[in-house]
Design a protein around this ligand. Structure first.
Ligand code: 5GP
Ligand code: ZN
Length: 114
């Protein structure tokens, strides 16, 4: 999608601080981190929201989590723990409409979330 911020990061039109990449997913540091560790994992293909996922995306969604685990392990936070969040639509706080898995770590996480 031409006017999508995260598609532009995938295509390297906008620079991202990349922490992981494979054929299908890209992970990069969040520009406004909410924890000492805060990166995003996105599919390279544009998907606007969780509501737009189909059965054909089952493996891709799995790859988002496997990338999260891999980077969390690489950054040394996997054992102590991390939180994954994917917001869907405005009420949940989604502001970029290309699905992305937030991965947060390095401080205690509250429950329920705000
Ligand atoms: P959402 O609110 O959609 O769940 O999360 C969007 C995330 O994208 C936010 O955490 C925000 O800080 C991050 N973000 C917004 N613009 C940019 C950007 O230009 N670069 C990076 N790396 N992250 C961004
Ligand atoms: Zn996109």
């Amino acid at each position: 999608m031409t006017d999508c911020l995260f598609c532009k990061m995938v295509s390297a039109e906008i620079k991202a601080d990349v922490v992981y990449e494979n054929d299908n997913v890209l992970a990069f540091q969040d520009i406004n981190p909410q924890a000492p560790v805060h990166f995003l994992v996105v599919p390279k293909r544009h998907i606007s929201t969780i509501n737009d996922l189909t059965d054909a995306d089952t493996e891709l969604v799995g790859q988002l989590f496997l990338a999260a685990k891999e980077v969390a392990t690489k950054l040394g936070v996997a054992e102590e723990g991390y939180r994954t969040v994917m917001n869907c639509n405005a009420l949940a706080g989604q502001s970029v409409f290309h699905i992305h898995l937030h991965v947060l770590a390095g401080r205690p996480m509250l429950w329920p979330p705000g």
